[in-house]
Design a protein around this ligand. Sequence first.
Ligand SMILES: Nc1ncnc2c1ncn2[C@@H]1O[C@H](COP(=O)(O)OP(=O)(O)O)[C@@H](O)[C@H]1O
Ligand SMILES: Cc1cn([C@H]2C[C@H](O)[C@@H](COP(=O)(O)O)O2)c(=O)[nH]c1=O
Ligand SMILES: [Zn+2]
Length: 189
Amino acid sequence: MQKEGWIEVICGGMFSGKSEELIRRIRRARIAKLEVQAFKPVIDDRYHREAIASHNGLIAEAKTIHTAAEILANVSPKTDVIAIDEVQFFDEEILDVCQELANQGKRVICAGLDQDFRGKPFGPTPLMLAVAEHITKLQAICMKCGGPASRTQRLIDGRPASEEDPIIQVGAKEQYEARCRHCHEVLKK
Ligand SMILES: Nc1ncnc2c1ncn2[C@@H]1O[C@H](COP(=O)(O)OP(=O)(O)O)[C@@H](O)[C@H]1O
Ligand SMILES: Cc1cn([C@H]2C[C@H](O)[C@@H](COP(=O)(O)O)O2)c(=O)[nH]c1=O
Ligand SMILES: [Zn+2]
């Protein structure tokens, strides 16, 4: 029998359904009468300041935090499930925080980008994948060829961004689209 306490990671490119899937798991946990607390980093202010929000309008209330340590400080002893969106925006401390919570017997569900706009591993997500018990990798639809999209294209005035551009740039459809490996483009310096 599986002991309580583990880490689940939902990863993939933008528009692949990570937030939808996270919200689905939150809702199912609540149907099972489990206590759920959700968190997201303050930098993600796109659709809602105090909620996890998907690109197609689903919403789950969440506490907005500045650092991973704030999760530990805010988790109640009676909480069974901790959901964290946009995990790529935290620093590596998120790894220790999630491990600590899972060791305490909590179910920890993280969602985040595995690759940045250059197609390179993004922040702490690859480290979270290494320690997770359960991994779900989702794909969007490539906006060029219609195939499965594992990457995120950043566009500036309709042109591919350069590999020298800043990695963190909060946004949605106005500057990002889903692409497959073959249709994904990055301007070289
Ligand atoms: N290229 C695309 N491929 C798939 N879904 C897309 C695409 N563009 C927009 N969407 C919408 O985005 C929704 C997923 O949003 P969301 O869960 O917020 O994704 P993520 O968190 O991975 O960015 C889909 O259900 C769909 O309505
Ligand atoms: C690829 C990429 C994305 N971002 C930002 C853009 C959005 O604000 C989030 C991802 O949101 P989603 O829930 O996965 O749609 O990340 C970034 O800052 N840098 C990048 O390279
Ligand atoms: Zn493609």
